[in-house]
Design a protein around this ligand. Structure first.
Ligand SMILES: *Cc1c(COP(=O)(O)O)cnc(C)c1O
Length: 458
């Protein structure tokens, strides 16, 4: 018999600490229909000194000792301590690179700007961090003989890609509901390739969510949306990882795009645990960025969060955050209050221009990261974020998942957007003199003095 795990975790009502459930219960909301959260026995965790946790997390990182090499499962005691390691479904998610964006930072007027590339992962978005935890729990439930027929989610594209991949790896049936015609080609082909049952519904995300919620209530399919707080446990590791990558120094600001608002809540939860367990002594501030086309959190922030009203989300190039009725808003509001948060928004033109500007410095941003960067620019201009502040931008997906919008930008095909720096390909016949002449002209035009400063030469 394996020893009883020393650490414990359970579901708890976000509004009522008295109401608790075991993590292997199939339950998504509290008795009043409110959100659940996963709580940990931090008294027990605190018996291990902070330096010991740091050493353990560093020692495990990037190694191949199952399952601790993953950025999520290297922190297993803080994530799902009681899960049997044999039921972990992992593709070595996390441990994504965090780098100094020197040139782009300079353009924004920042000296210490860093990008956390969460899109450099198995399915190309941060959703892997949460999905590894949820699918592992489903594998454990099935191993314990609980009746889980399938896992299902509504998605704006990245959740379904992650669910399909992890479920396929574990041989668990996956069902995904997508708003028809509103996600990128790359996002659509991922669950198709991974063998999920893919429904394209004539509705938006919020409409898909309605359907899947009812199916989860009645038909024995396990709900994989972020109202399922297991996912937050994986996603919260991103903040821990950032701090670990800075040798346990806390940045001044973390910038993150928000749609359903699970990720910003998760970010704060990771910092909560590090503060509570003494790994860090101060908190960062959080800037949450929304698309102006889907901005209920921004509107609420304008009124000091006194009210929160759903909006009808309008189409946006940042399609993964086209959500008008975000499930996790109560957690997000609480998180932003704790972390002296700011909410900013970006229009279509601002988000795609900013992504293009940053791409020019060697990045390759998804539109959601474009939203975050445009919000950052505004906060620097307003003096909210200072020149010398250390700023980390959470880049949520890989730019390669969203080439459709980039192609349209550079071909100047986006309605309502006058591209300021389109860079379409130059089509020429195979004629040396024509190519030479054009090349020299382009260098002169774009780089001024012939690139090297020394002029031409033959
Ligand atoms: C899901 C997603 C978001 C938004 O995260 P929420 O938890 O819904 O706020 C942002 N960017 C990308 C690329 C996403 O896939």
């Amino acid at each position: 018999m394996p020893a009883k795990p020393r650490y414990r975790a359970w579901f708890e009502s976000f509004n009522n600490p008295e109401e608790r459930y075991e993590l292997d219960e199939v339950v998504y909301s509290d008795s009043q229909g409110g959100l659940l959260q996963v709580c940990h026995d931090t008294k027990e965790l605190a018996k291990t000194p902070a330096d010991e946790w740091k050493r353990l997390f560093e020692e495990r990182s990037h190694r191949n000792v199952w399952p601790h090499g993953s950025g999520v499962w290297g922190k297993k005691e803080w994530v799902l301590p009681e899960l049997h390691s044999e039921n972990v479904v992992s593709m070595y998610e996390g441990n994504t690179n965090l780098f100094w964006a020197e040139r782009y930072g300079r353009e924004l007027g920042l000296e210490d700007l860093w990008i956390k590339l969460c899109g450099n992962t198995h399915t190309g978005s941060f959703k892997d961090l949460g999905m590894t935890v949820l699918v592992s729990m489903v594998k454990e439930l099935r191993a314990r003989g609980k009746p889980v027929r399938a896992v299902a989610c509504a998605s704006t594209g990245d959740t379904s890609a992650a669910l399909a991949a992890y479920a396929a790896a574990a041989d668990i049936p996956a069902i995904v509901f997508l708003p028809r015609g509103r996600i990128s080609t790359a996002q659509l082909i991922q669950p198709i390739a991974n063998g999920a049952v893919v429904f394209a519904i004539d509705s938006d995300f919020d409409g898909c969510m309605e359907i899947v919620r009812r199916l989860a209530e009645r038909e024995g399919v396990y709900l994989a949306n972020s109202m399922n707080s297991l996912r937050i446990e994986g996603q919260k590791t991103v903040g821990i990882e950032v701090v670990q990558q800075f040798d346990w120094e806390v940045p001044d600001w973390v910038v993150i795009p928000g749609g359903n608002l699970g990720n910003v809540s998760a970010l704060a939860k990771g910092f909560d645990m590090m503060l509570e367990l003494g790994l860090i002594a101060r908190a960062p501030r959080i800037l949450c960025a929304q698309a102006a086309q889907a901005n209920p959190l921004y509107l609420s922030y304008q009124r000091d969060f006194e009210v929160f009203e759903a909006v009808a989300a309008r189409p946006t190039l940042a399609s993964a955050i086209q959500i008008g009725n975000p499930v996790s808003w109560p957690k997000a509001v609480a998180a932003l209050r704790r972390y002296d948060g700011v909410v900013e928004q970006a229009t279509e033109s601002e988000l795609i221009e900013e992504a293009a500007r940053a791409d020019r410095t060697g990045l390759f941003n998804c539109p959601h990261t474009g939203v975050a960067l445009a919000a950052l620019r505004k906060c620097v201009a307003a003096g909210t974020i200072h020149k010398s502040d250390r700023v980390v931008v959470i880049s949520t997906a890989h730019g390669l998942k969203f080439v459709d919008s980039k192609v349209r930008y550079h071909n100047m095909e986006i309605e309502g957007v006058i591209a300021s720096q389109p860079n379409p390909q130059i089509e020429l016949p195979a004629d040396y003199d024509q190519v030479r002449e054009r090349m020299l002209r382009e260098i002169e035009l774009r780089f001024g003095d012939g690139g090297s400063g020394g002029g031409g030469g033959g």
